[in-house]
Write a protein that binds this ligand. Structure first.
Ligand code: PLP
Length: 958
């Protein structure tokens, strides 16, 4: 009889592992042969110092098949109870238009794109974000809007920081917050203020004018639902040189007078209810707008219009010189990853509904609210707010009885304590639902039809909007599903994402975002949960988060995780606050020096600055390692005041520093703590661990190492792992208190679990890989990194290598000598890669004039070889320029990227190279061509002529 496979072998054939890992067994062997290593173990031993090799299993278990992991996570989903939520407070039910759900949220063409640093191959999402900015500007009435911030709470904190930067009342250190602002917003702002050394006073909005402030934060409509005219307050504050910041709501603003007309200088809020599910707190895009005069002080990214070399309008990120990666500790903010995918969804929602559709939705919500208000008053219920858009606050005589009726009807009301309750209606509220709600509150019937047209509105005439909004063509052209579908597709086609080719971004780990990992996020049991619902309804989330946290504890070697920060940079901030809290608890709050190596990511110094730590830079030696002598000298010099060091491991230069344990020891000896930036965890998982190495705290970029997609620039999650001594000092929350020691600490995000609804992605990733798969992924990532280093190293200098001449999981290609010899720049190479169908690697970080390549474990050898072929060809092209065969100012490199317009252009014949070489330089491009839709974009022109609104269609005509 022929030998048969066992049943277990036959089932193992369905494993996820070989789907996640790009190179097949044969390809792996070929790569090992190429770099001269016997096997993965042998290679790992060559790369990773023995002293830090993990000596234990992760304890996660065997890899789960996709179907099994989906069944397991479904069990978590089933433990959530989806009640009808009227809680509001910045989170509302919404109908995600199906055409947007399927074609944007569930479409890898949108969710796997990278941040648009290479704008010529990102015009689609740049247009969608520009629409988001236009929407924000129209509704707030302000001149300039950003491309999204992390959530309403952090946007408010950024508003305060902007106010401090621009206010002419330099003497004042006081920021006034109206007590009618959402409690979670006050919490996040107060945390930020405390650590920036600013004072916060919370009081009634009217009291703001009685203080000498640099700024105020009001809310319109406010926490009770009231819609108050704040024009007088704003005028008085401004007369005293204070800045007026206003938190607001996009749907309300469709109906309400623009806050800028009432005197707001900054308007911020959440765009969640524009078609993004509540998701137990996030991810959602926050919007942020201000006056033109404050543009250089804006936090976060702004998309601006410029032109390309053919004079065509072209979009790109504007004024990047304000950002953390350039200005470091002098940056306006530490925000890096934002909420691009969700901003795109919100802008598409506005495009799909258009001004009339939005008006209809807003008017309907308001009418239903007015009918409810009328009905409640008629029943003798005491309404707290006498004006409203969608929210009513009221008092009842028997709170317990009302809670019981609501519970029985599976309805969540907002309970403000004692006998005070609130309800917020939304787009999904129907007449039937309103009747049920009314019966729950009053035990009597609401005559909705009878009251329609009779019930008085809740907004005074002076606060009604009289101007037209969203007049731009884009908001008035795509209202049929066919048109919408094609608009989304047209934009998608302009963008290069992972569904076209590898994006080998060093430090950013663009690995597979598997379909099975993504599927649960749109299940209603995860998508439709309100973050402030009673905790017993969210048992599934709680168990999932606890389980994920347990796994991450094991993977990192820490003792506890804080799952609140919703980006890596937020994690850095949260981690530094934990360190500060720890020092303070020991009577050492004077420790305020943060050592940061030269090569650090810009968010490190920017976060230190936000925590009021003083940055002292530590030098790196010629091999890219932390200069131990300099470290020892600086640690000793600042021993009295040493708070911590922030290091990245393996280093941003792509090597495992042998001295890492010594670095930790030196800092500890001088009383400091070690913060290890977790962006490079893809080279550690299952092999070593930050807690094991000796670090005290790290953030994990779940959107890098743990498979959450980049979304074109967000969402992300940046939970932090901490050693036990730091656990009491991690972020808490004003509204949700699960019973931890840290519950009453200040919050760093608006929601307790940050962007909770994308945590299932990382849970699925870990479950499906298991112990074996996680370690193997790390090892293959290192194999691929070294394979690229070897193959590219034959043509370009590789800047740094570690022991045995190996790199870790990424390598830095040095273009400076070639630039010196030929005049071809790293920018030319990056743009030329587009012609070859690739997104450039990380440019000029951590070393100017270089490219940092990180292939990840998910790319097959075939794809790696395609990339190598492109880079080798480009090297040949550089040679031709160097030899003078092509003029320095007319060659395929400096003219890159090439568009269809170039190829069609009769004058192309005058170029010294062929159309084929320009656009179809390889067989791969002949088989599957990606066309950049604009030529190289002029950044300087765009910044000199800053324009951040929609461009009229006519501007695109030839
Ligand atoms: C990506 C990255 C960060 C910042 O993470 P965000 O999620 O973008 O805020 C910090 N440090 C390093 C080394 C990174 O690569």
């Amino acid at each position: 009889m022929r030998e048969q496979q066992t049943l277990s072998q036959l089932f193992n054939g369905d494993e996820f592992l070989p789907r996640h890992i790009g190179p097949s067994a044969d390809q792996r062997q070929a790569m090992l042969n190429e770099i001269g290593a016997d096997n993965l173990e042998h290679l790992t031993a060559q790369i990773v110092p023995e002293s830090i090799r993990l000596d234990r299993d992760l304890g996660i278990g065997a890899p789960q098949r996709e179907v099994d992991a989906l069944a397991a996570i479904k069990r978590f989903a089933n433990q959530n109870q989806v009640f009808t939520s009227y809680i509001g407070m910045g989170y509302y039910n919404t109908h995600v238009p199906h055409v947007i759900q399927r074609n944007v949220l569930e479409n890898p063409g949108w969710y796997t794109a990278y941040t648009p640093y290479q704008p010529e191959i990102a015009q689609g999402r740049l247009e969608a974000i520009l629409n988001f900015q236009q929407l924000t500007m129209d509704l707030t009435g302000l001149d300039l809007a950003s491309a999204s911030l992390l959530d309403e709470g952090t946007a408010a904190a950024e508003a305060m920081a902007l106010a401090k930067r621009v206010s002419k009342n330099k003497k004042s250190n006081l920021f006034f917050i109206a007590d009618s602002v959402f409690p979670q917003t006050i919490d996040v702002v107060a945390t930020r203020a405390k650590h920036l050394g600013l004072e916060v006073l919370v009081g009634s909005a009217a009291d703001a004018v009685n203080h000498d402030v640099f700024g105020v934060l009001l809310q319109y409509p406010d926490n009770t639902g009231a819609v108050n005219n704040f024009a007088d307050i704003a005028a008085e504050i401004k007369a005293k040189k204070g800045i007026v910041c206003v938190a607001s709501d996009l749907l309300a603003l469709v109906t309400l007078k623009a806050p800028a007309e009432l005197g707001a200088d900054v308007v911020l809020g959440s765009a969640q209810r524009f078609g993004v599910p509540m998701g137990y707190g996030g991810p959602h895009a926050a919007f942020f707008a201000t006056r033109d005069a404050y543009k250089r002080s804006m936090p976060g990214r702004i998309i601006g219009v410029s032109k390309d070399t053919r004079g065509k309008p072209a979009l790109r990120m504007a004024m990047q010189t304000r950002e953390q990666h350039i200005r470091r500790e002098k940056a306006n903010s530490n925000i890096c990853t934002a909420q691009v995918l969700l901003a795109n969804m919100a802008s598409f929602y506005a495009v799909y509904h258009g001004p009339q559709g939005l008006k209809r939705i807003a008017d309907r919500v308001h009418r239903l609210t007015s009918i409810l208000a009328h009905g409640l008053k008629a029943e003798g219920v005491n309404l707290v707010n006498s004006s409203w858009f969608d929210t009513l606050t009221f008092e009842v005589s028997d709170a317990d009885a009302l809670q019981a009726r609501a519970q029985a009807a599976r309805i969540n009301l907002r309970h403000d304590g004692d006998n005070c309750f609130g309800v917020s209606l939304d787009e999904t509220t129907t007449i039937e639902a309103l009747k049920t709600l009314f019966a729950v509150i009053t035990e009597s019937q609401l005559d909705v039809e009878g009251l329609d047209g009779v019930a008085a509105a809740g907004i005074s005439d002076e606060l009604l909007r009289s101007d037209e909004i969203l007049k731009h063509e884009v908001f008035n052209a795509y209202h049929s599903e066919t048109e919408m579908l094609r608009y989304i597709r047209r934009l998608e086609g302009k963008d290069l994402a992972l569904n076209h080719s590898m994006i080998s971004l060093g430090s950013c780990t663009m690995k597979l975002n598997a379909t099975a990992e993504m599927m649960p996020i749109t299940w209603p049991e995860f998508a439709n949960m309100h973050p402030f619902c009673p905790q017993e309804q969210a048992q599934g989330y709680r168990n999932l988060v606890d389980n994920l946290a347990e796994w991450l504890v094991s993977i990192t070697g820490y003792d506890a995780m804080c799952m609140q920060p919703n980006s890596g940079a937020q994690g850095e901030y949260a981690g530094l606050l934990a360190i500060k809290g720890y020092h303070e608890s020991r009577g050492e709050s004077h420790r305020d020096i943060c050592l940061i190596p030269q090569s650090a990511h810009g968010t490190n110094p920017a976060s230190a600055q936000l925590a009021s730590l003083k940055v002292v830079v530590v030098a790196c030696d010629n091999d890219g390692n932390v200069d131990m002598d300099d470290l020892k000298a600086k640690a000793a010099e600042h021993a009295e005041r040493l708070s911590c060091i922030m290091i990245t491991y393996p280093s941003t230069h792509g090597v495992y520093e042998e001295t890492v344990r010594e670095i930790c020891d030196v800092v500890h000896e001088h009383g400091g703590q070690v913060y290890m930036d977790g962006a490079n965890m893809n080279a550690q998982v299952g092999i070593t661990a930050p807690g094991f190495i000796g670090s005290d705290v790290s953030h994990l970029n779940l959107h890098k190492t743990f498979a959450i997609p980049h979304g074109g620039g967000g969402p992300g999650m940046g939970p932090i792992g901490v050693k036990a001594h730091l656990a009491p000092f991690v972020a808490g929350h004003a509204v949700v208190k699960p019973g931890f020691e840290c519950d009453n600490n200040g919050a760093v995000s608006a929601a307790q679990y940050g962007s909770a609804s994308i945590l299932p992605i990382s849970w699925m990733y870990i479950a499906m890989l298991g112990d074996r798969g996680l370690a193997e992924s790390t090892q293959v990532a290192m194999l691929s990194g070294n394979y690229l280093a070897k193959k590219l190293g034959e043509h370009y200098p590789v800047l740094y290598t570690g022991r045995n001449d190996r790199v870790a999981h990424e390598c830095i290609i040095d273009l400076r000598p070639l630039k010196e010899a030929s005049g071809v720049t790293e920018m030319d190479v990056a743009k030329r890669l587009m012609d070859y169908g690739f997104h450039a690697p990380t440019m000029s970080f951590p070393v100017a004039g270089t490219l940092m390549v990180e292939p990840t474990e998910s790319e097959s050898k075939v794809e790696l070889d395609r990339f190598i072929e492109a880079m080798v060809n480009i090297r040949g092209e550089i040679d031709k320029v160097q030899r003078g065969e092509w003029p320095a100012d007319n060659n395929p490199l400096c003219n890159a990227p090439h568009t269809q317009a170039d190829i069609m252009d009769g004058s192309f014949d005058e170029r010294p190279y062929s159309r084929e070489l320009a656009a179809y330089p390889t067989q791969a491009t002949k088989d599957n061509k990606f066309w950049p839709t604009v030529n190289r974009i002029d950044d300087v022109f765009g910044d000199r002529n800053l324009f951040c609104a929609c461009v009229p269609m006519s501007a695109y005509e030839e």
